[in-house]
Design a protein. Structure first.
Length: 504
């Protein structure tokens, strides 16, 4: 039986030392890690820009190297500040995040716990205050677990008797002043309890980040419906706040910070304590840490709320833009890259280099022929010929100019005047002496001035040009009212003319 217990105890201890918290404290350069992290990250500075952290860690290690600490045990790590911080990220002591568009570092929950353990081991001690806190916690636990009403009433009566006796002594002017050493122990106990809060808050934030990664991974796998995955996420979020010690600590802190009066009261109490004579026994670091308790609670709660908002934003974006086909293509591409890299590593040499891929290749598609015409450019147009070389103005007679010119209005008006009060426009054109196409338009203009009515049938007429060629025109039949116009310009167009004939 003892062998089984020994094996189980050893396996538990081995698993515990694989935790980044103990790994940080057990590492070779643990003193430098604890010193650097405690200086870069403070209660007022929980997030540090990546570039600033690299510079500060680099300056710190350079200063220690100049001081000769690299030759002393346990020594100093090699590399620049950037290389050291990147290593801390890989082992889980620093967590890179994006805040307000900039990349920052935050301490992981394991790193916060390691710093708290180191601070407690360096200056902590077993005090009456901590023992009393332990006894009071056990007594309160026993009271809450008690189910006998008589016993609980007896205990409450005893507490009331003690309070009445204390009130009587105060009313009688008997004030017992506390010893400064006792008050100092009480203050150290408060600081001890306050140091545990950041680690609890960081664990809650990291558990939310882990849930976010799991949900996004489940959505990308596309194995279960998105609604089922989201319901599981909400259930796990509630479980984190209720079923873990750090979750309950965060819930209590959230109730505290939800009421501004509680924070103001806590701040006033801390300021009053720092004004007491016993506070002179606290060193500068303890005084600063005590005054920052309220701010530390606010920062811890804000860290968790930020993690919740970030997780909700990432999951919402994943649900909206989720494309299973595209995600599978990306996964196949990444697996192909990893497979090719593994194959290359087996045959490559240490001096071999890989040319980075600056952009994805694009498919080249040949040009499809769009025309079968001659690809050569067409010839230029023939040069223009001067009119004098083609036509002699003296050879054109006045009769030819009139024959090919516009309508003969005087002849058309005389013809219309002899047709009576009402006539058909097609019949009038057929009986006219001039039957050119332009005379049809002129006749239509004269009839419009005198008044006309359009019918529903179609009129078709044949016009003859001066060279003897004929053309047929079709138009809506027009019945003319032969009313002489008061004012008419025989050689001017009339506005609102009717629709002209169309060529057939």
């Amino acid at each position: 039986m003892s062998n089984v217990r020994a094996h189980a105890a050893y396996q538990r201890a081995t698993a515990a030392f694989k935790n980044p918290t103990l790994d940080l404290l057990h590492g070779r350069y643990a003193p430098f890690v604890v010193a650097a992290l405690s200086l870069v990250f403070t209660a007022d500075r929980t997030a540090v820009a990546v570039a600033d952290a690299h510079v500060e860690v680099g300056e710190m290690i350079d200063e220690l190297r100049v001081g000769g600490y690299a030759d002393l045990e346990p020594g100093l790590p090699a590399g620049s500040g950037r290389e050291i911080c990147r290593y801390w990220v890989r082992v889980g002591w620093l967590v890179p995040q994006i805040e307000d568009g900039a990349e920052v570092y935050r301490l992981s929950a394991q790193a916060v716990g390691a710093l708290e353990i180191a601070g407690r081991a360096g200056g902590g001690r077993v005090s009456r205050s901590r023992v009393r806190t332990l006894l009071e916690s056990v007594d309160q636990l026993a009271q809450h677990a008690e189910t006998d009403p008589d016993l609980r009433l007896a205990h409450l009566a005893a507490q009331r008797a003690e309070l009445d006796a204390e009130m009587d002594r105060l009313q009688a002017g008997e004030v017992e002043e506390a010893d400064d050493e006792l008050l100092l122990e009480e203050a150290e106990n408060v600081l001890h309890l306050a140091r545990e809060l950041p680690a609890d808050f960081s664990r809650v934030a990291e558990s939310i980040n882990a849930m976010q990664r799991d949900v996004v991974a489940d959505l990308r796998r596309d194995v279960r419906p998105a609604g089922e995955v989201l319901r599981e996420y909400l259930h796990r979020g509630q479980h984190v706040m209720q079923a873990t010690p750090e979750g309950r600590a965060f819930a209590g802190a959230l109730r505290l910070i939800g009421d501004p009066e509680h924070i103001d009261e806590l701040t006033d109490q801390v300021h009053e304590l720092l004004a007491k004579p016993f506070s002179r026994l606290l060193d500068a670091a303890q005084r600063e840490e005590l005054s920052a308790i309220a701010k530390r609670v606010e920062q811890g709660v804000q860290e968790v709320l930020t993690a919740q908002r970030r997780a909700s934003h990432v999951i919402t974006a994943q649900v909206r833009t989720h494309d299973p086909a595209r995600d599978r293509e990306v996964d196949d591409l990444l697996r192909g890259v990893m497979s090719g890299l593994q194959s290359w590593m087996r045959v490559s040499k240490p001096a071999d280099r890989v040319t980075p891929l600056e952009h994805f290749p694009t498919a080249h598609i040949g040009h499809l022929r769009q025309t079968l015409s001659d690809p050569r450019p067409p010839r230029g147009p023939a040069p223009l010929v001067h009119a004098a070389d083609v036509l002699d103005a003296a050879s054109v007679s006045e009769g030819d100019a009139r024959a090919w010119g516009g309508p003969d209005y005087p002849e058309l008006e005389a013809h219309v005047a002899g047709l009576g009060d009402s006539f058909d426009l097609g019949d009038a054109f057929g009986s006219s002496g001039t039957r050119r196409p332009v005379d049809l338009l002129g006749l239509l203009e004269i009839v419009h001035r005198g008044g006309m009515t359009e019918r529903e049938d179609i009129s078709v007429v044949t016009a003859q040009r001066p060279d003897g060629t004929t053309r047929k025109f079709a138009f809506v039949a027009v019945q003319a009212d032969n009313t002489p116009a008061d004012t008419a310009d025989s050689d001017s167009a009339t506005p609102n003319s009717p629709k002209g004939p169309s060529h057939v």
